[in-house]
Design a protein around this ligand. Structure first.
Ligand code: NAD
Length: 431
């Protein structure tokens, strides 16, 4: 794969140009406002000190404080963090929530660290970024291989440094530390809401819809669980170790339980003892993408659907639960082949939406019930889907293009209200 950040910029430029968005707005999105690079010294359990490279990028905050997760992964790069931060900027605008975009990451394989090493790393990360983030400035959250406990450590470190309580500095926290009910399932539930909207717009029947899901982590598991409950057939799932397929479909809860017990999906087929798992066969992550299914859900990492395999995708609909699973060069191939792509900036916006709710609850000091969180999430995402669908129908374009057009217009409105070149050249000095 090429440079993921250049790819993300190329997509904004292409869509901006096709949609007639002013070049001033596209220029504002061509580079991040500010990016911090740090080296985190971490005392390991054996007494040695290791240094981990870390990033935090505040991409654009014209619509509100920057918002975006923190990723722990050995494959993290500066370009990836910047691309993810740009997508967050677009996503918050699509969902219509008053945030800009940011993102963070640490180059680390967290599975190689002990719990104490992980805590020291997480606190070291917050020490490095403490003056760069804040409830009114930039608000991190969990992403790949980070979770509520890690957010709790980071919030505690921030509050220790600032000598104050500031739960709104980070979202996705444990509930007793100011987390929101429903945040854990929010990304999967948001994806489910958007998929249901698409199903009703396209006349898809759940019982006749076979689904393959790449990535069975936080986002993948919850969307699988909710889809199965609504009658969809989950015929394939995978994680970093590989995948499993069953034409009859899996019992998602049984798989999840098995994965929790063994820490990997592989065990579900290696041991062959999960009675709930019907006849199944082992498949690779690449095979999973090319299965003959109706709905394909990439829910792991970016860049998995590229020009070299886009021709072989057989699903009629792809719901991008991961960020950036389809590279921009594959967009046109999928469109030519009539594959409908529910874009990441809409499909996985449930996570940031409930993060926004958490921040609102922290600032008002008034926690919401789970029902309130779920119904407001449904309201935001159903409305966002309908906004995007309307543009798709009206402008005869793809859902991705429609979502970007909506976001670019909203960002443009914020930029324009501060004055554009046209305004200043015509105003001759009067406000
Ligand atoms: P997670 O850490 O909970 O799960 C990641 C899953 O991907 C795991 O099952 C892991 O085994 C699997 N995986 C890792 N490498 C893989 C590979 N090479 N091939 C196949 N599977 C692999 O992470 P998550 O929070 O579920 O995030 C998954 C995706 O969703 C990411 O792209 C993330 O940016 C996006 N996302 C997450 C949230 C959120 O709130 N959690 C919000 C928006 C977007």
């Amino acid at each position: 794969m090429g440079n993921v950040f250049e790819d993300a910029i190329a997509r904004v430029e292409r869509i901006g140009q096709e949609a007639g968005v002013s070049s001033e707005i596209v220029s504002a999105l061509r580079q991040p406002e500010i990016t911090l690079t740090a080296s985190l010294p971490v005392r390991m359990d054996d007494g040695t000190t290791r240094y981990f490279t870390a990033y935090r990028c505040r991409y654009n905050d014209v619509r509100g404080p920057a918002k975006g997760g923190i990723r722990y992964h050995p494959g993290v790069t500066l370009e990836e963090v910047q691309a993810l931060a740009l997508w967050m900027t677009v996503k918050c605008a699509v969902a219509g929530i008053p945030f800009g975009g940011g993102k963070g990451g640490v180059i680390v394989d967290p599975k190689q660290l002990s719990p104490l090493e992980l805590e020291r790393l997480s606190r070291a990360y917050m020490r490095a970024i403490a003056d760069f983030v804040g409830p009114e400035l930039d608000i991190p959250a969990p992403d790949v291989y980070t979770n509520a406990r890690i957010m709790g450590w980071m919030a505690d470190e921030y509050e220790t440094i600032k000598r104050t309580k500031a739960p709104g500095v980070i979202t996705g926290k444990p509930i007793p530390l100011g987390g929101s009910l429903g945040r854990d399932e929010a990304t999967g539930r948001g994806a489910f809401i958007v998929i249901q909207e698409l199903a009703s717009a396209r006349g898809m029947v759940p019982a006749e819809t076979r689904v393959a899901i790449q990535g069975f982590g936080n986002a993948g598991y919850h969307v699988a669980r909710l889809l199965q409950k609504a009658g969809y057939r989950i015929v394939a799932v995978s994680d970093s170790k590989g995948g499993i397929y069953s034409a009859e479909g899996f019992d998602v809860e049984a798989l999840h339980q098995r994965k929790q017990e063994t820490r990997t999906l592989e065990a579900a087929y290696c041991e062959g003892s999960v009675v709930e798992v019907a006849d199944h066969q082992t498949i690779s992550n690449e095979d999973l993408l090319e299965l003959d299914v109706d709905l394909l859900i990439p829910a792991a990492l970016e860049g998995v659907i590229r020009p070299d395999n886009a021709e072989r995708i057989r699903a009629k609909v792809i719901a991008e639960v991961a960020n950036g699973p389809v590279v921009s060069e594959a967009d046109a191939i999928l469109r030519e082949r009539n594959v409908e792509v529910l874009p990441d900036v809409l499909t996985n916006a449930g996570g940031v939406t409930v993060s926004y709710f958490e921040w609102v609850q922290n600032r008002s000091g008034f926690p919401w019930t789970l029902e309130e969180v779920r119904s407001r999430l449904e309201e935001v995402l159903s409305r966002s889907f309908k906004d995007v669908w309307r543009i798709r129908e009206h402008e005869k374009t793809s859902l991705r293009q429609a979502a970007y057009v909506l976001a670019l217009r909203r960002i443009a409105e914020a930029v324009e209200s501060q004055g554009t070149a046209e305004y200043f050249s015509n105003s001759k000095g009067s406000a």
